[in-house]
Design a protein around this ligand. Structure first.
Ligand code: KG4
Ligand code: ZN
Length: 340
């Protein structure tokens, strides 16, 4: 089954063609991502109106390239998928409308994909992981520990009570004068810093419910930064290192609580999966790998190109849904809010 996937929920215009051949991993035939970094950089975050217009400008070229990179013509496709949310509604409309038009013009089935579900199912695209599995979904807008029971079947074991993990990285980067998105900047500066110079809290550490709370940690970074101001390059490195060390401890501890919550209901997890933009973070991956080894399960983390937003995950989620006979109508409305 060959599916074209389109992603426009935030600040990446992306399209990809993926092949699914029964159970087992899929094949990414093309994966084109056009990030809008330059458009949003002056504002220190994503501006919805600018994002929507940039998607309009880029989508045609990105989709054409995804098809030609894959060596696939529209008539070869078995389906067209687009992320229908959650995300910024202006951008969602652009990708959703384009995918519907392609489906209508070619007579191919259409799939409206939940962006979070696409992150959640990426481990099946890359590694063919079987259900059920434990997932830490950590992006700029969402942080959840989920039991993934099947396509469309998720049980939320824990969530963040305030900021998402990626959001915490982005806010700390902003207060330290680093660029957007913050995660890669903080990771790079942290590698050069001393994590022990500033002492920061580990919110929720040791709690049984696998929830997160990150706003207190963010505030603690701000207070240390104000105390140390004006900040030298060295101070920024050390603050990033201390922040990231606290995050790594929190993620490992909360994921451990997630393992317990999962085991109570479904038995020991056979795979620990991490997905979303934050899954690109090296020390977070290393801590989760360590936890996975302790529980005797593999850690499945997407390759870096599939951690951030991309079209391949949308195409794959569409393929999984279409394989189950789940076709969506062409009047499917955008869902800016769409919890799993
Ligand atoms: O999944 P994603 O690309 O978009 C959303 O759906 O939100 O995630 C973006 C988030 C941003 O908050 C970004 O700062 C974070 O992922 N991120 C990272 C790293 N790379 C991206 N966070 C920590 N370390 C990284 N290396
Ligand atoms: Zn995402």
């Amino acid at each position: 089954m060959l599916v074209l996937g389109i992603e426009t929920t935030c600040d990446e215009t992306a399209a990809a063609v993926v092949r699914r051949e029964g159970e087992g991993p899929g094949v990414v035939l093309s994966n084109v991502v056009r990030a809008q970094l330059d458009e949003h950089a002056p504002f220190g975050g994503v501006v919805p109106e600018i994002a929507a217009r940039a998607h309009v400008d880029a989508l045609d070229g990105v989709t054409t390239k995804a098809l030609s990179d894959a060596g696939v013509a529209l008539r070869d496709l078995d389906g067209v998928a687009a992320a229908a949310g959650p995300g910024l509604v202006g951008g969602v409309i652009v990708g959703l409308t384009a995918a519907k038009a392609l489906a209508l013009a070619t007579g191919k089935p259409f799939s409206a994909v939940n962006h979070l579900e696409a992150h959640a199912l990426t481990a099946r695209l890359t590694d063919g992981v079987g259900f059920p599995y434990l997932l830490l979904l950590a992006s700029g807008g969402h942080t959840q520990l989920l039991a993934v029971l099947g396509v469309g079947r998720y049980m939320r074991l824990g969530t963040t009570l305030d900021d998402a993990l990626g959001e915490a990285f982005d806010k700390v980067a902003k207060m330290l004068g680093l660029g957007y998105p913050g995660g890669p900047h903080v990771e790079r500066r942290a590698a050069a810093g001393d994590p022990a110079r500033f002492s920061l809290p580990r919110p929720m550490f040791g709690r049984a419910e696998p929830n997160f709370s990150l706003s207190g940690l963010k505030t603690a970074v701000r207070l240390e930064a104000e105390r140390a101001a004006p900040l030298s390059e060295r101070d920024v490195d050390d603050l990033c290192a201390a922040f990231q060390a606290a995050i790594v401890d929190v993620v490992a501890d909360r994921a451990r609580a997630g393992v317990r919550a999962f085991a109570e209901r479904f038995g020991a997890p056979t795979a620990l999966v991490v997905a979303g933009g934050v899954a690109a973070n090296g020390p977070i991956r290393a801590a989760l790998k360590n936890l996975a080894e302790q529980i005797g399960a593999p850690l499945v983390a997407p390759p870096l190109a599939l951690c951030g937003d991309n079209g391949a995950m949308i195409a794959w989620a569409g393929a999984e849904r279409l394989a189950l006979g789940l076709v969506d109508p062409l009047d499917f409305a955008p869902r800016p809010r769409w919890p799993l």
